[in-house]
Structure formats: structure tokens, C-alpha cells
Design a protein around this ligand. Sequence first.
Ligand code: ZN
Length: 162
Amino acid sequence: MSDIKQLYQEVILDHNKKPRNFGALDNPSHKAEGLNPLCGDHIFLTLQVRDDKVEAVAFQGEGCAICKASTSMMTTNVKGKTVEEAETLVQEFRDMATGKLNVQKQPNHLGRLAVFEGVKDLPSRVKCAILPWHTLHAAFNSVATTTTENEEEPMKSAGVTI
Ligand code: ZN
């Protein structure tokens, strides 16, 4: 097994066992619900954004291992970042998961999130991994419910409500 694959499995197992920032914030400044009907992933994000900074973020819901691990890691990575920095991660994560960004060769800010690079070779899992990022983008833009259904370019159509 390659190092990246082993790390990937370790990260997924770890975040499934101990999801970070699991729960819901009281009086969040932003929130959104994300659905991936293809897999059954369904998450709820709550955020506290102050002075353009993500002070707190929490998630609840049901999801497969990849969705849950990706959501848990998303929360730890955007906490403390500005909205703009978080949106950069949204874009880079999406580009990595869809094979448009080569994290080994192109500059990026993904850090440990690069363990999800492998999903680009698992088309049925791409949407599971992207869902939390898609939902974060929706929350920043005050879109209540977002779905990955029938979307080639999830980010472009954020705002689709079902
Ligand atoms: Zn899933």
C-alpha cells in the first residue's frame, strides 16, 4: 500500500471514530444543509463568522465514511480562517477531487486535506468528499439547502434547492 493510501485510510478511520466539531452551534451566523442523494449523505453545518473570520463551525448528520471524514477535516481546517481563505480551500478541494488540481505539482493550501486526492479515481465518491465543502460555500452565501444531485460542476450551481 502506498503511503498516501495508508494515510488516507488512517485519516478516514480516525475522523469516523472521533469526528471533530460534531454538534450544532447556538445562534449561528450562517448555516446550511447539504444533501448527496446518490449516496444518502445528509449534513447540517452551523457557523459563527465574526469580523469575516470563521470563529466556530460544527456539523451534524448522517454520511458515509468519506463524507464524515471530509466534513470533520473541513471543520478543523476552516476554523480560524477568514471567509476568503476558506473559500480558497473550497475551490482547491473541489479542483483536487475532480482531478483539475495536482496537489503534488501545483501550489495549493490544502496541506493534510491532500489525503483526499485519491477520490478523483473513485467517481461515485467524489460527491461524498466534496459535499461538506459545497455546503460550506452555500452557508457563506446564505443558501439554506444545497444538493450535489445532477451536478457536473457543483460549485457553479450552489443554490439549487430541492
Ligand atoms: Zn457518501
